[in-house]
Design a protein around this ligand. Structure first.
Ligand SMILES: Nc1ncnc2c1ncn2[C@@H]1O[C@H](COP(=O)(O)OP(=O)(O)O)[C@@H](O)[C@H]1O
Ligand SMILES: [Mg+2]
Length: 350
């Protein structure tokens, strides 16, 4: 088990700043996701934690131990870390059993102990019956389970995952999410999970670090990053939210304010006790917070996309054609050109 402290870490690859002054602290036993678009530095941060990359600046602590700084570097094999990658990285010529036992054998553990640990791990991931198979005789999900079992057998204090589900199809991804959750419950060790998929991050994590362009934009619970984004970037990235301009018409409490958007007043959540009437603000709104109604913002239907269980309807404000709103609706969209009124039930003043 291990807490993690990442202290002002930067990483520069020949003039490219992949990480800029990253500060993060994770609690022992937490499940953390690093969430962000491709190229934002997730893998680089994970590789620094694992010890495959050195830092350009800053420090990394695993538990109380300094493992990385500009002048000091603990090698990966000395860090007691398990890793699960997108490409399963199994030994193709070894059976499932041998793959799981490999690290334990290298450590020169006693044969009986190896057998016990390998069997325990295979039991947990449900692969006991497959122990004699080679990786080529397994499905993608089964291979990923072998990788989990291999991690587990080593009893690491920290497990790092780099987009482990990216190669699997949608249905399998969902069932693997359950497995990862159970795996975490069972092992209780700190796990850090890199993904660009918000659904995965939301489903698995105690907290999520939302990354963009080599920085951490927000660290919070899934609920916090969804309902209380700290910036426009986070608001737009998480849940594909909208950000609209408004003007404060009344500061109701230190938690709520009334804001005029496109000529209509709505009440939103806030954390800025110093808001004044007349202040310009940006409001984060998710499409499920909008309702088609008999009053509210006048809009024109632009398009409706059927999503299986609901429609995603794109609307254009009649007063300000640069503002588009997206509504989730169980009913089919009204005809294009028809005027539709929109009420906003919830939103967060950024
Ligand atoms: N070994 C490397 N050499 C040079 N540039 C790199 C190297 N590894 C990563 N980068 C660059 O660092 C940035 C972050 O990459 P990466 O951490 O792989 O992002 P992510 O995992 O979020 O997609 C990218 O611009 C990438 O091109
Ligand atoms: Mg990556």
């Amino acid at each position: 088990m291990a807490s993690i402290k990442i202290n002002s870490v930067s990483k520069i690859f020949d003039n490219v700043a992949a990480l800029k002054d990253i500060n993060l602290e994770f609690i022992d036993g937490e499940f953390i996701s690093l969430l962000g678009p491709s190229g934002c530095g997730k893998t680089t941060l994970l590789r620094i934690l694992a010890g495959f990359e050195e830092v350009s600046d800053g420090e990394v602590f695993i538990g109380k131990e300094l493992v990385s700084s500009k002048s000091f570097h603990v090698l990966p094999e000395k860090r007691n870390i398990g890793m699960v990658f997108q490409a399963y990285a199994l030994w193709p010529h070894m059976s499932v059993w041998e793959n799981v036992a490999f690290g334990l054998k290298i450590q020169k553990n006693d044969k009986k102990l190896i057998k016990k640990k390998v069997e325990e791990a295979l039991e947990v991931v449900g692969l006991m019956e497959y122990q004699k198979r080679k990786p080529s005789e397994l499905s993608g999900g089964q291979k990923q389970r072998v990788a989990l079992a291999r991690c587990m057998a080593m009893e690491p204090s920290l497990i790092l995952f780099d987009e482990p589900l990216a190669n699997l199809d949608l249905n399998l991804r969902e069932s693997m999410l359950e497995e990862f959750k159970n795996f975490h419950k069972r092992l209780k060790c700190t796990m850090i999970y890199v993904t660009h998929d918000q659904g995965e991050a939301m489903a698995l994590s105690d907290r999520i670090a939302v990354m963009g362009n080599g920085t951490v934009m927000q660290l919070g619970t899934p609920q916090e990053i969804y309902h209380k984004p700290v910036s426009e970037e986070v608001a737009k990235f998480v849940g594909r939210g909208m950000v609209v301009d408004g003007v404060v018409t009344k500061n109701i409490t230190d938690q709520q304010a009334e804001v005029m958007i496109l000529g209509e007043n709505f009440i939103f959540r806030q954390h800025k006790t110093y808001l004044n009437t007349g202040d310009s603000v940006k409001v984060s709104i998710k499409s499920e917070d909008l309702r088609i109604s008999s009053k509210g913002i006048a809009t024109k239907v632009i398009s409706g996309i059927y999503q299986g269980n609901s429609w995603s309807i794109l609307l254009e404000s009649i007063n300000d054609q640069t503002t588009m709103l997206k509504v989730n609706s169980f009913d089919a969209p009204p005809k294009e050109t028809e005027v539709v009124y929109i009420e906003i039930k919830d939103g967060w003043i950024i």
